[in-house]
Design a protein around this ligand. Structure first.
Ligand SMILES: [Zn+2]
Length: 222
């Protein structure tokens, strides 16, 4: 099916993933196993001829900028209404807030607030953002929220069974903590693979959030 507003392509090799109905999880290039020196990163391409910059003022950025997400267009082209999509995101965000104590909001720039003052910045000359108030304490949850929304949309459309298979991440810090918060919010199983030197408080927090943690010793270099 041709997407009028959004399509996917591998930025490294140009491969176009199969249609959404065939491959609803197009997060990885099929040629990524090739032993080349190419970064096979799937990128979405928006068509500005069919898309205006979002002008809404919704508090949740995933609602405000939903029309910039490929999963939004994939869902809309298969009959999901805009209202149902917004409701799906807001339900998920509410569950995230219940787990983490905060949901997703735009982080404001400031030039004369507390952070700017603490940094000794001259008012109005430098703009800074304090990202430590994000879900799970870093920006990593923002990246993973887009993936989780795509999973939820695929399941809401009936293209895959609900919560089929565990989620998996290799990380030792912020990305794993973000994944653990989101997985818990969506009631999904998460497996985290960490190095043996991962910090104990991080591992404890991952386990408190319900993630299954596996420590992986480094293999000797070949
Ligand atoms: Zn590729």
């Amino acid at each position: 099916m041709i997407m009028a507003s959004s399509s996917l392509v591998c930025a490294g090799c140009g491969l176009v993933p199969p249609a959404f109905d065939e491959q609803p999880y197009p997060f990885r290039c099929a040629r990524a196993d090739d032993r080349d020196d190419v970064d096979h990163v799937i990128r979405r391409v928006l068509d500005p001829a069919h898309l205006a910059w979002p002008g809404g003022r919704e508090r949740n950025p995933f609602v405000r900028y939903r029309r910039l997400l490929h999963s939004y267009h994939a869902a809309r082209s298969r009959g999901m209404s805009d209202a149902d999509l917004v409701a799906l995101v807001e339900r998920l965000d509410g569950a995230v807030a219940a787990v983490d104590g905060r949901g997703f909001v735009a982080t404001p720039f400031e030039s004369q607030g507390a952070l700017a003052g603490a940094l000794g910045l001259e008012a109005g000359r430098v703009w800074v953002k304090d990202e430590t108030g994000n879900v799970s304490g870093s920006h990593k949850a923002r990246h993973l929220m887009g993936v989780l929304m795509a999973l939820q949309i695929v399941e809401a459309l009936g293209l895959r069974p609900a919560r089929a298979g565990p989620l998996v991440i290799a990380s030792c810090g912020n990305a794993a903590l973000a994944a653990a918060v989101l997985a818990r919010a969506a009631a999904r199983e998460l497996q985290v693979f960490v190095p043996t030197w991962a910090e104990a408080p991080v591992v404890a927090e991952l386990e408190r959030l319900g993630a299954r943690v596996t420590a992986c010793p480094r293999e000797p270099a070949a």
